[in-house]
Design a protein around this ligand. Sequence first.
Ligand code: ADP
Ligand code: ASP
Ligand code: MG
Length: 408
Amino acid sequence: MALIVQKFGGTSVGNPERIRAVAEKVMATHLAGHQVVVVVSAMSGETDRLLQLARAMAAHPAERELDTLLSTGEQVTIALLCMALEEMGQAAQSFTGTQVAITTDSAHTKARIEHIDDHKIRSALESGKIVVVAGFQGVDLHGNITTLGRGGSDTTAVALAAALRADECDIFTDVDGIYTTDPRVESRARRLDRITFEEMLEMASLGAKVLQTRSVEFAMKYNVPVRVLSSFQDGPGTLVTNEENSVEAPRVSGIAFSRNEAKLTMIGVPDHPGIAHSILGPVSEANINVDVILQNISEAGKTDFTFTVDRNEYAQAKDILGAVAQKLEAEDVRGDDHIVKVSVVGVGMRSHAGIAATMFATLGKENINIQMISTSEIKISVVIEEKYLELAVRALHAAFNLDGEAPV
Ligand code: ADP
Ligand code: ASP
Ligand code: MG
């Protein structure tokens, strides 16, 4: 008998029929003799709907209340799934994050899981029940409901698998595995049989939303093998593990992209030691993440300083920068929220030169201007104009020989 964690995303529980289909799937696993802990997301579109409701109330809703609101989406699904299971004659019990006691820090809307109490889950399993846990939510030490950031149900699933020392953690979604790039942007994308934690971490943090970045961090830290599979069709999916392929790793394993980008430039800022800190310090104090950074060569003692932020923090970052610019007597602040980031990722890059050259040549041939570049050992990212995103992804996918069979 194995203990298996199965997570179903929003599309997989998008309507009553699909919830019934999920009930049948988990029941089949249970009938095969296994203990099953199911993690579910809110029904598709629900989290966005709740966010819109919040925005109709306030431009900047209090984050504590936002979490109280957003957590209701998953609470609906756990109850419905348990009803469907009971209807099939299967004992099941639902748990909110608070009921399990998934303890997080107090960083509302992006909380981190700190501890999971497995007692109640274990005793429900031991009494023969299927356990259904609400994804994406937890509770802080003061009893406030918290949420884990968009896509956070993946992290709930992996963290539960780690805490329960589960034998398997299966992430069921609306694609049948992890692809060389988002198959919705490039139909020639190929499903990977396996991918290393390290590469998946990079892909996720660079924008591939098939797994939330923190779920991969958890999987890597606690060595939880994760399989990404389709809810709708059988297949092997993709295994995320720490084992590298026995064959030599390809130079590039995948192309990731993020549309959620914006950039800010401070123009004509006096160039002297400490300038980066004077500009970025106030931004980070506001808890805004800065990603790619570029400082131009200075002329006549002045320089331009550019960096990227999350698009939804753009307005706030621009306001902060305006105030800083005045203090530093910079000439101007400019912003652009029509940019995207495209990245090539692969552990094989470590041992291969020329990846950057191929990437830049490919984009140049398509007349795509590169605005910023950032590199690490296993990735190269470029910032480009938003309208070139699809073209860039497809051109790079072909240039690095990732194309599978042409679509029929
Ligand atoms: P869920 O609601 O099940 O959590 P998500 O929408 O969060 O599903 O994640 C699945 C989506 O991730 C896919 O529909 C696909 O468009 C997108 N995606 C982005 N990059 C990739 C990739 N490299 N491989 C597979 N899917 C990807
Ligand atoms: N419902 C949340 C979201 O839409 C969490 C998740 O689905 O993983 O982001
Ligand atoms: Mg998701």
